[in-house]
Design a protein around this ligand. Structure first.
Ligand code: GCO
Ligand code: MN
Ligand code: MN
Length: 389
């Protein structure tokens, strides 16, 4: 019996070819699942009710494919997309797997590698646009170092800036309708990756030639690897008008890159994230950049992918309940009860306002002794999430 948590196209749920296609190999062990072809993945995504598929250039076209092979592969893929009603909202470049990128791509010390990275990315942008992508992600997994003797972070920053500026000009030159989204990660696969957090990316974007074309693609697990509150990073990106895309997954804090099913580990953080996205009306893709546990077979991969979407929809329902919950809303009202008396002191500056504020007498002792009821509020959230409310 289908319940109300069935994915629909309007939910904008997407998966990367590399996510449901992940065969389960890790640094210590072999793959445990058969590698699915891109066409098989499109069928799988249609079967489970996803909206779209994202890809790196080489998830679809091997790095050494001839022009004729490329065209044949792309034509087959497009046919599968059309037949299955699956779209490609986002594309990106693999600038990390091939040995040529062992010292990074846009920040590599070897100028020929930096030039090759631009060459490869322009071709990959062409491919993404051909498939209909409107967002192009830059995740610089190898843009970092193990030893600061090897690379100067100022040089690296300058090189990265020049590369993004060059590629923005390329997109404008081609008249592509495409925005860039920069994805931060603190480490893995490099010892340290430059611009390690979403906040760092936001600061960097302001230094670009076309900052309007460039936003961020925050990833939940990446901020959690650094022990940060993901929703806060997303809120800052939203406030800056820069939330162009989002990578949803989960993991234990301060661990290796775990890429768990969305909501599988930090239920409460996932809830507040979904509530944030739904409350502000984020209209972009909800991209699950995660993969099934290594213990799973082909059926388990579907369980994983269905679980990501189902969890999102359950948390979306909980967010609506939170907003409609009389007890929670009454408590919030009580918390903000004194706000109207203070409204006169906020908003745009005026010297009259400053004078009045300086002259105002505050009952500091009473203010400091007020209980905020956050314990009660947070327990209500817990009760709501556990389904006892
Ligand atoms: C990772 C990253 C990648 C990127 C992807 C798209 O930790 O491996 O999250 O999955 O999101 O390369 O740019
Ligand atoms: Mn990741
Ligand atoms: Mn990611």
């Amino acid at each position: 019996m289908p319940d109300s948590f069935q994915p629909q196209p309007e939910h904008r749920f997407t998966f990367g070819l590399w996510t449901v296609g992940n065969p389960g190999g890790d640094a210590f062990g072999q793959p445990v699942r058969r590698k699915l072809s891109p066409v098989e993945i499109v069928h799988l995504l249609a079967e489970i009710g996803a909206y779209g598929v994202n890809l790196h250039d080489n998830d679809l076209v091997p790095i050494d494919a001839t022009a004729a092979e490329r065209d044949r592969i792309v034509a087959e893929f497009k046919k599968a997309l059309q037949e299955n009603g699956i779209v490609v909202p986002m594309a990106t470049t693999n600038l990390f797997s091939d040995p040529v990128f062992k010292d990074g791509a846009f920040t590599a010390n070897d100028a020929a590698v930096r030039a090759y990275a631009l060459h490869k990315t322009m071709r990959a942008i062409d491919l993404g646009v051909e498939l209909g992508a409107r967002v192009y992600v830059f995740w610089g997994g190898r843009e970092g170092s193990e030893s600061d003797a090897a690379k100067n972070p100022l040089d690296a920053g300058k090189r990265f800036r020049e590369a993004i500026n060059f590629l923005c000009e390329y997109v404008r030159d081609q008249r592509y309708d495409l925005k860039f989204a920069l994805e931060a990660k603190p480490n893995e696969p490099r010892g340290d990756i430059y611009l390690p957090t979403t906040g760092a990316m936001l600061g960097f974007i302001a230094t670009l030639d076309h900052p309007d074309m460039v936003g961020v693609n925050p990833e939940m697990a990446h901020e959690q690897m650094a022990g940060l509150n993901f929703m806060h990073a997303v809120a800052q990106a939203w406030d800056a008008g820069k939330l162009f895309h989002i990578d949803l997954n989960d993991q234990n804090f301060c661990r290796y890159d775990q890429d768990f099913r969305f909501g599988s580990h930090n239920m409460k953080q996932s809830f507040f994230l979904v509530k944030f996205l739904e409350d502000v009306g984020y209209a972009g893709s909800r991209h699950f950049d995660a993969h099934a546990y290594r213990t799973e077979d082909a059926e388990g991969v579907k369980d994983f992918a269905r679980g990501c979407m189902r969890t999102y929809l359950i948390l979306k329902d909980k967010a609506a309940r939170y907003n409609a919950d009389a007890g929670i809303q009454a408590l919030l009202k009580e918390i903000h009860a004194g706000d109207s008396a203070m409204a006169q002191f906020f908003g745009p500056y005026s010297s009259e306002k400053a004078t009045a504020l300086k002259a105002h007498t505050f009952d500091r002792i009473t203010l400091g002794s007020r209980g905020m009821h956050y314990e009660r509020l947070d327990q209500l959230v817990f009760d709501l999430l556990m389904g006892v409310r």
